[in-house]
Design a protein around this ligand. Structure first.
Ligand code: OXD
Ligand code: MN
Length: 639
């Protein structure tokens, strides 16, 4: 299938711009002249021209991904007030951006999946009829870039030219997005050169929706963080296209990330027999120099970056980082499931990241970082809750207001972020650039659960593992809109990121059993670092101590660690989890694995109700696992 060549017929009905479009290099009125343009790919050129005709920018700039281009853009944003340069002695090469207060997180309520049939988007997505949505989008994008520059940003998800890599081109009117895409993807001339005529690419159109000139030519001043109250994050998985309007923030605007690498890629993966997942990826080396690769799915802001950059407290163990958010997993020619991180940088949650919780991340953030919505110190550095135990006496908060520790407001927004190249990470594994990825030995599913879910449990087989993924739920965090703390089902941590029907997604996961040799299938585990005791205290110290759970998993893979059966899967046998040197009461250890059948039976009831939403598309095997769990809980049986 060749995406990106479709010219939306609704665009032709849009009134032609009163101002000349696409001056720079593209000739008058967006008419492409081939000489001087960095590509001769007609599909790219006509799509760029059509988008320029619709959005009516003052000029079009083709991005090459160079340092000089990045420096030009950051200088421009410093002049416009979008970026505050940080003190070069404290934080070299780094900047602070403050977003508009209404543009601080992913907007799930305005995230759309447009498939011809409503049932193909399923009950967990906001469905739109594709032609109606195209028409609506043509309306909002018409003239949306007036007075601005339109940037054309070619990028590759995965190393350019790799067998599992995919290409995209984002059009955007936000220089912040261009600079961030350069960090987060392989962006620029090499990616564009790889999009030869006929090569599929995902076209992604983005506008902050704040034109500087209106339809009758009146101008207005720009603002440091332009955006629009009306937002769309729209996906067309069948034609593999993305449109995003009204937000300049994170996953709404850096379209290679959630939009392409998860929502569109999950639909591609289903068609083509692979998996696009919301997972971190690490390489673990044991004291005996055995290497294991683990992929782990957690809902947003549940400590993925911390696990991805784990510094084990157990002597002799080493964890290297391959990815912190997304893994693409393909059946490899070696009969294994091979995973790659399609991104090239980290867009991590800053609050909660500190020297005592994630020292690798703190080292990574020493230079060349764009921070968004963190607080500014009086000496031109950054601060956020959790960075140090003692807050500074005075700060400028994420909205530019004076802040003191007793003012009753957080200094950084809870979803404040850093954007930094993976190359800056001290624990980065060289395999981040391996075009064919790494073989996956184990997959972990986790959530933020105060009760019920044990510290770790091992699935007996792939089917039970898929059931574990399907039953993930987690207390809500600040990464998306909604009430923080409320429990929500988040199957495979993919609830906001699956580009098609969730029931079909479960079935696709089950089908991987037929695509990967039995011996090559990863083992599956559920983990929960967030269990609380009856008194509300977190029972597990987490962070570096999670290496103890990682050790047990690796020893299970080797076949040397003991386990005992429970209705939820295998948990460590007495003494099999190394707790040496941890000041953990026996009672707390028991509570970490406690299984209250009544509470679990209530959870099974909730799951049954939740799964009923998927109707006939829920695989029988999932229903079977739920029934089996109910039976084992009521019969007081082990697995
Ligand atoms: C993220 C998210 O930004 O999951 O990674 O929300
Ligand atoms: Mn994420």
């Amino acid at each position: 299938m060749t995406p990106g060549v479709t010219v939306d017929p609704t665009r032709d009905r849009t009134p032609q711009p009163p101002v000349p479009a696409a001056r720079e290099r593209t000739g008058a009125a967006g008419d492409p002249r081939l000489e001087g343009l960095p590509t001769r790919n007609g599909a790219v050129l006509s799509w760029v021209r059509d988008t320029a005709r619709l959005t009516q920018p003052d000029e079009v700039v083709w991005c090459d991904g160079s340092q000089a281009e990045f420096d030009r853009l950051t200088a421009l944003m410093v002049r416009s007030g979008t970026l505050v340069p940080l003190n070069p002695e404290k934080r070299p090469g780094s900047f602070l951006a403050r977003s508009a207060p209404g543009d601080v997180a992913r907007v799930e309520s305005r995230t759309f999946i447009a498939s011809r049939r409503r049932e193909d988007a399923g009950p967990t997505n906001n469905w739109r009829e594709p032609e109606a949505l195209r028409e609506e989008l043509a309306g909002v994008f018409a003239g949306s870039m007036r007075g601005r520059t339109m940037y054309v940003v070619p990028f590759s998800m995965g190393p350019v030219g790799g067998p599992f890599s995919r290409l995209g081109v984002q059009i955007t009117d936000s220089p912040y997005v261009v600079a961030s895409m350069r960090t987060m993807t392989r962006m620029g001339s090499r990616a564009l050169a790889a999009i030869t005529p006929g090569t599929p690419f995902v076209p992604a159109v983005h506008s902050v929706g704040f034109p500087l000139v209106d339809a009758i030519g009146r101008s207005r001043e720009d603002v440091p963080w332009p955006c629009n109250d009306l937002k769309y994050v729209a996906h067309f998985p069948e034609t593999r296209e993305i449109f995003s309007f009204g937000s300049g923030y994170g996953g709404n605007a850096l379209l290679g990330k959630k939009c392409f690498a998860l929502r569109i890629a999950s639909a591609m993966a289903r068609e083509e027999g692979w998996l696009a997942e919301h997972m971190l990826l690490v390489k673990v080396t044991s004291p005996e120099q055995e290497v294991f690769h683990l992929a782990a799915a957690f809902p947003s802001a549940c400590g993925k970056t911390n696990l991805a950059m784990l510094r084990p407290t157990l002597p002799g163990w080493r964890v290297e980082t391959i990815g912190d958010d997304i893994a693409w997993m393909h059946p490899g020619p070696d009969g294994r499931l091979r995973a790659l991180n399609p991104e090239a940088g980290f867009f991590g949650v800053a609050p909660g990241t500190g020297w005592s919780t994630n020292s690798a991340a703190m080292e990574m953030l020493r230079e060349d970082v764009i921070f968004t919505n963190v607080a500014l110190t009086d000496d031109g550095d950054v601060w956020w809750e959790g960075m140090t135990d003692e807050p500074p006496a005075h700060l400028t908060d994420w909205q530019g207001r004076d802040w003191t520790p007793d003012c009753g407001r957080p200094a950084a927004h809870p979803n404040a972020r850093f954007t930094v190249s993976a190359k800056r990470c001290p624990s980065i594994a060289e395999e981040i650039d391996a075009p064919d990825g790494v073989p996956v030995d184990a997959i972990l599913f986790g959530g933020r659960r105060a009760g019920n879910v044990p510290l770790v449990a091992e699935a007996l087989d792939w089917g039970q593992g898929v059931f574990m993924g399907a039953t993930v739920s987690s207390e809500r965090t600040a990464a998306a809109e909604g009430a923080v703390g409320e429990l929500r089902h988040d199957p495979f941590a993919m609830l906001p990121f699956t580009g098609y029907h969730m029931g079909d997604y479960f079935a696709h996961w089950l089908s991987m059993r037929d695509r990967v040799a039995a011996a090559g299938l990863p083992r599956v585990y559920s983990v929960n670092w967030f269990r609380r005791g009856g008194d509300g205290r977190l029972l597990w110290p987490g962070f570096g101590e999670n290496s103890r759970v990682v050790e047990w998993i690796c020893r299970r893979l080797e076949g040397t660690a003991g386990a005992r059966h429970t209705p939820l899967g295998n948990v460590p046998a007495d003494g099999a989890l190394d707790l040496d040197g941890l000041d953990l009461a026996e009672q707390d250890v028991a509570e970490l694995f406690a299984l209250d059948p009544a509470a679990w039976l209530a959870e099974v009831d909730h799951l049954e109700e939740y799964f009923a939403r998927f109707g006939a598309r829920l695989p029988d095997e999932i229903t079977g696992h739920l029934a089996l769990l109910r039976y084992r809980l009521s019969a007081g049986q082990a697995v």
